[in-house]
Design a protein around this ligand. Structure first.
Ligand code: ZN
Length: 295
């Protein structure tokens, strides 16, 4: 089954719900970044939540990014998503790891760190992007995003994301959901939902059993008249290109380009998001220098 997200409403539009499967997406990210198991779980949760937060975006160029800056060994992590299910991101130190909490339970909070900050940037094509911030609560990602929604955007919500790792360190299952109360909804609904979620089997178990995003939301929102609005495929995509890298080099300016040509005679630009290496030899750099001089 390919990865996808659904966006739905329930309780006559009082509840906005998202659910996603992200197994392939997270496995691909793990391979690109060579992540340790604990970082795979941390980044996977962030990818899952980022993908769901992106799906509501309307404009072609609208983007949402989430940055997590904790005091754990992974350093910062980032994810960027759009409204078309394209997701990309990276951990600063993919090799970082932490001992398991107990056998079989990865300590995501330890590798991320429980002290630090979470920043959400929504670029909606306006002059200024929307920037929201909150302190980290536990470094467990879903809990941190839940706190962020409550604090920064005043939205009561339930956020869950889980990644299960195979013995061979590949991703066995990954996914998540977000339930948000819209303005006008009775506050106690969130307590009902929290209780239902607590009584469910662990999310990774549901995903491993092959439960779909639709089925998971139906289990949580039984009796609330779930209405699926949108189903969107989800994929890892980076739009970096040689042309973009050329522009970045030209933008460095004449002095800087001259220094690179004199000192290294070549340039290697690595994209943080997809680890693609873009190489430029001396002749190519000299062409770009001529363009920079022409400006
Ligand atoms: Zn890239």
């Amino acid at each position: 089954m390919n990865d996808y997200i659904i966006r739905a409403t329930a309780a006559n539009g009082m509840i906005l719900a998202y659910a996603a499967t992200t197994t392939q997406l997270v496995e691909e990210a793990r391979q690109i970044h060579q992540c340790s198991p604990t970082v795979t779980a941390a980044l996977g949760r962030l990818f899952t939540i980022g993908g769901m937060m992106g799906i509501g975006l309307k404009g072609d160029n609208d983007k949402i990014s989430i940055q997590v800056n904790g005091d754990g060994p992974v350093g910062h992590m980032m994810v960027v998503a759009d409204g078309k299910g394209n997701v990309k991101g990276y951990p600063l130190h993919p090799e970082a790891d932490a001992p398991p909490k107990y056998p079989g339970k990865l300590d995501v909070g330890k590798v991320v760190g429980e002290n630090g900050r979470l920043t959400v940037i929504k670029d909606l094509g306006l002059k200024e992007p929307f920037v929201g911030q909150a302190e980290l609560v536990s470094g467990e990602i879903a809990e941190d995003l839940s706190y962020y929604f409550a604090q920064s955007e005043q939205i009561p919500c339930v956020v869950a994301a889980g990644v299960l790792i195979e013995r061979d360190l590949s991703v066995k299952a990954s996914g998540g959901y977000i339930l948000q109360l819209l303005p006008g909804a009775a506050e106690e609904v969130i307590e009902v939902l929290e209780e239902r979620v607590q009584n469910l089997p662990p999310l990774t178990q549901l995903l491993t059993e092959g439960k779909t995003p639709e089925q998971i939301l139906q289990m949580i929102l039984e009796g609330y008249e779930l209405n699926v609005l949108q189903k969107q495929s989800l994929q890892l995509r980076c739009e970096c290109s040689r042309e973009r890298m050329e522009k970045a080099l030209i933008a460095l300016g004449e002095k800087e380009l001259n220094a690179i040509i004199a000192e290294d005679g070549q340039a290697e630009l690595v994209c943080h998001f997809c680890n693609t290496v873009h190489r430029f030899n001396r002749v190519e750099l000299e062409t770009l220098l001529a363009e920079a001089q022409g400006k």
